[in-house]
Design a protein around this ligand. Structure first.
Ligand code: SF4
Length: 373
């Protein structure tokens, strides 16, 4: 079975103020037993996977020693078929990596680095709780570029106190560093984060809605002029450097996740592991099932997901593929939604595709909601 692999490493040096990911701090002592548990979980899977991509995300995966990463890769390599594996991505945080570390990752088969930069502005980085500063971010990108020909960075907009000029400077910096890929996300205030608390106390100086829209408009205009084409709502790449792993998520490819809170999808069922790191480790050690949730996906849910995930990409929904998969014409199921979104100029329909217009990309959530039956 063709599949993607995701490995979750939940450890961080410090919790960023906006972060709602499954990550914990101050638990480095657990890393060794966590890696052992990961390897046990990998070994417990049936071995018939033909792996297309591997993505090690977090958290901060680069807190692991090279010996730990080697152990994880060896376990994957001994268990699954990696002959067709095209892309091996490792998320890295500036401030936790140096050239030697990148060199050793390269030796282990990593061929893509995704750096969590977020901004090149020192004040902003401090304000959002990142551990690195501008010069460390630049040094990390430069070190990665020496060894990898596929380097991505994450940037953010709509941050407290961020101005359009801050954002322009970060994008210009990314362009001068000549990275192959940029993911750029608007800040979302999520429950359980430091920013959520500050926001509810009116202590967060967020850009106004107009200012955030101005930033968005700048991004979608400027990034393509810097050589990165927009292939998904929040993702821009030089041609040929689109993230194969993430494209899989949006195009109904099966994936299997290992680690605390990791999700898996086999085309019919979804599964997620317990989020708690200690529960995960203890569960694996004691031979317990660490699934938190395992559910069959109803045909209706599968149709909805197929559509709103595909709509995120510039390729949009493949009408023929929908019919092949579900045995019914998409217009029979979603005719009303399609007509409404077309009237609102949120989607375009060409031969075999339904795609968001530029205007639709801006208001993607409205379009996605229409595909919920
Ligand atoms: S480094 Fe990433 S995962 Fe860790 S706290 Fe910050 S945003 Fe969250």
């Amino acid at each position: 079975m063709e599949s993607e692999i995701y490995i979750h490493i939940p450890f961080c040096l410090k919790k960023c103020k906006y972060c709602a990911f499954n990550s914990i701090v101050g638990t480095d002592a657990l890393i060794e037993s966590y890696v052992n548990a990961l390897c046990t979980e990998i070994n417990s899977q049936s071995s018939d996977l033909d792996v297309k991509t591997i993505y090690i995300g977090g958290g901060t995966p680069t807190l692991l020693s090279i010996a730990h990463i080697k152990k994880i890769f060896e376990t994957i390599g001994n268990k699954f078929n990696l002959k067709h594996c095209l892309e091996v991505t490792m998320e890295a945080n500036p401030g936790t990596v140096n050239e030697k570390y990148f060199y050793e990752l390269r030796q282990l088969g990593v061929n893509r680095i995704s750096l969590g930069v977020q901004s090149f502005d020192d004040e902003l980085l401090k304000l959002i709780g990142r551990i690195h500063n501008r010069s460390e971010a630049i040094a990390s990108v430069n070190n990665a570029k020496k060894l990898f020909n596929n380097v991505s960075i994450d940037l953010m907009y709509g941050l407290p106190s961020q101005t359009l000029d801050n954002l322009k400077d970060s994008i210009d910096m990314a362009a001068s560093l000549d990275v192959e890929h940029v993911s750029i996300y608007g800040l979302e205030i999520e429950e359980g984060t430091e920013f959520f608390k500050l926001h509810s106390q009116n202590k967060l100086n967020l850009p106004t809605e107009d200012e955030a829209v101005e930033m968005y408009d700048y991004i979608v205009d400027r990034l393509p002029k810097c050589g990165w084409w927009r292939y998904e709502i929040s993702n821009f790449a030089k041609s040929g450097f689109e993230s194969q792993h993430n494209l899989g998520y949006w195009s109904d490819v099966k994936y299997i996740g290992f680690g605390a809170g990791a999700h898996s999808y086999d085309g019919f069922r979804r599964k997620s592991n317990v989020k708690s790191v200690s529960e995960y480790i203890n569960g694996i050690i004691n031979g317990r099932d660490v699934s938190l949730l395992e559910e069959e996906i109803t045909t209706q849910a599968a149709m909805e997901e197929f559509c709103f995930l595909a709509l995120r990409t510039v390729d949009g929904i493949n009408i023929n593929k929908f019919k092949q998969k579900f045995g019914v014409d998409i217009k029979i199921i979603f005719g009303n939604a399609i007509n409404k979104l077309k009237r609102q100029n949120l989607i375009d329909i060409t031969n075999d595709r339904i795609k968001l217009t530029d205007y639709g990309m801006k208001f993607g959530n409205i379009a996605f909601a229409e595909f919920l039956i």
